[in-house]
Design a protein around this ligand. Structure first.
Ligand code: G3P
Length: 218
């Protein structure tokens, strides 16, 4: 399973990249706006911080011709870039066009298996299924993820199911159980994945016992 960081903050990317477990970064217009820096410079700096990683950068037009222009521009910046495209009718058309040209895409704002089917058939590299925003409506966001994973497996689509809008480590646990290919999350959630109180208690006891015995290594 791949782990992506969901951020436009370069310092967060650098921190997670140090752990050696980061497969990519997803951004969106909100996260780029929050970064306070330019789109291209931010995306290129993220590419450098995660060598070989898949870095998603999103188009902002909603008209096919403009979307295509933006997508080709964004894709030309760096080979690691994956063009992020919203699941709207011209977006699906755009994904088909980009797939024909060998340009990788991440279809975003996907909430149902029927939307995911359109993305998969168009040749999306990643299908970003949002969970947190659905959970916020007192509905099970992970249900559509499971349906989409099953759909991709059943019909042998090459698209990878990416669980987005992740709010806490339980979403990651559920994404693993669903067999999702990728989970993208904020740094704070990725940091929480290290934590267990019994790890802390156990480590303290190991070190106390070691030190009390006056042992040394070597
Ligand atoms: O980038 C897409 C997604 O992960 C956004 O998450 O927390 O704004 O619902 P959120």
């Amino acid at each position: 399973m791949k782990l992506f960081l969901d951020t436009g903050d370069l310092s967060e990317v650098r921190r997670a990249a140090e752990w050696g477990v980061l497969d990519g970064v997803t951004t969106n217009p909100t996260l780029i706006a929050k970064s306070g820096k330019g789109f291209k410079e931010t995306v290129l700096a993220i590419c450098e911080a995660v060598p070989g990683g898949a870095i998603s950068a999103e188009v902002v037009a909603t008209d096919y011709d403009l979307m295509l222009k933006e997508a080709l521009e964004i894709a030309s910046w760096h080979e690691q870039i994956v063009v992020k495209v919203p699941l709207i009718e011209p977006g699906v058309r755009l994904v088909s066009t980009l797939a024909d040209q060998g340009i990788r895409t991440n279809v975003t704002l996907v909430f149902t298996v029927t939307q995911a089917l359109m993305a998969a058939k168009a040749g999306a590299t990643y299908i970003s299924n949002f969970v947190g925003r659905v959970d916020d409506l007192a509905t099970d966001g992970m249900a559509a993820v499971q349906e989409t994973v099953d759909m991709v497996d059943t019909y042998g689509f090459e698209s990878e199911v990416l669980v987005a809008s992740v709010r806490h480590p339980l979403h990651v646990t559920q994404a693993v159980a669903a067999g999702a290919h990728v989970a993208t999350m904020p740094l704070k959630v990725m940091e929480m994945m290290f934590n267990h109180p019994l790890t802390d208690i156990g480590l303290r006891r190991f070190l106390d016992d070691w030190n009390a015995a006056g042992l040394t290594i070597g």
